[in-house]
Write a protein that binds this ligand. Structure first.
Ligand code: NAD
Length: 232
């Protein structure tokens, strides 16, 4: 089976009603990134940051995977599909994708501020919030399990390895502005076909990319049709 490696960003979940990062009217117009997505912002005002992610979690709990997520999960019938996502939502998993690597953490998990290896699942609908004073088993405050700007990205190494092993590479709904994720394309071997699905123009430094200028749902349907014609 051919191995398809898919890199997804905020646009993947836009049609599920989750706001993107940089599109105008996006979430981050309302909440300055320095306040809610940096360790300094958390140190300065932990309540504001915890509340921000509590609201994101509540939003996620009432969201559903869109046909794009479902289409990627269905590709597993005919291909080995490995997803690398910059998204912190769990909509790929909800759609049934079996291999999802989260580069920037997971919204439905909390982490001890003292011990990054101490992770707590926030699965129950009535227990999804983190408050100031909520502690892990080590007695330290819990924080969202999110890679904030300025923090290390521990999953980048396995993501690089996966990118280097792709037979087919697909990029969906990312402005390719956030590093190191944006640099993953550099590790994809030169002879590997690359597809890019995005309704807007995205600058990707690579020759010969097959651009599908559509939203995730329509774009994945077109991709699936093309891949089946070419490889099955
Ligand atoms: P970005 O906001 O910088 O770029 C989003 C891209 O998605 C744009 O190129 C836009 O044209 C495209 N897009 C918009 N609607 C689309 C659609 N319907 N279908 C397909 N593409 C569409 O996002 P990014 O590059 O992922 O970087 C943002 C950072 O913010 C990431 O680190 C991510 O972790 C985080 N973030 C995550 C979520 C989430 O978990 N769902 C949401 C917002 C931001």
């Amino acid at each position: 089976m051919k191995k398809i490696v898919v890199l997804t960003g905020a646009g993947m979940s836009a049609e599920s009603g989750i706001a993107t990062f940089r599109d105008s009217g996006g979430l981050w117009d309302k909440y300055p990134v320095e306040q809610v997505a940096t360790p300094e912002g958390f140190a300065q005002n932990p309540k504001l940051v915890l509340d921000f992610y509590n609201i994101r979690r509540k939003e996620l709990l009432s969201s559903e995977p869109n046909p794009g997520h479902v289409g990627l999960a269905e590709l597993e019938k005919d291909f080995e599909v490995r997803i690398i996502t910059q998204n912190i939502d769990n909509l790929h998993e909800q759609a049934g994708s079996s291999s999802v690597l989260h580069l920037h953490g997971e919204l439905m998990k909390a982490q001890s501020v003292k011990n990054p290896g101490l992770i707590v699942e926030l699965t129950e609908k009535d227990n999804y919030e983190i408050q100031v004073g909520d502690k892990g088993s080590d007695g330290a405050q819990l924080r969202p399990f999110i890679v904030w700007f300025g923090e290390a990205v521990p999953m980048i190494e396995p993501a690089i390895e996966l990118s280097a092993q792709a037979d087919i590479y697909v990029i969906i709904g990312t402005s390719l502005n956030v590093y190191p994720a944006a640099g993953l394309l550099n590790y994809v071997p030169k002879d590997v076909p690359v597809y890019l699905i995005d309704p807007k123009e995205v600058t990707a430094y690579r020759e010969g990319i097959r651009i599908i200028r559509k939203g995730a749902s329509e774009g994945v349907a077109e991709l699936a049709g093309e891949l089946k014609k070419l490889y099955l």
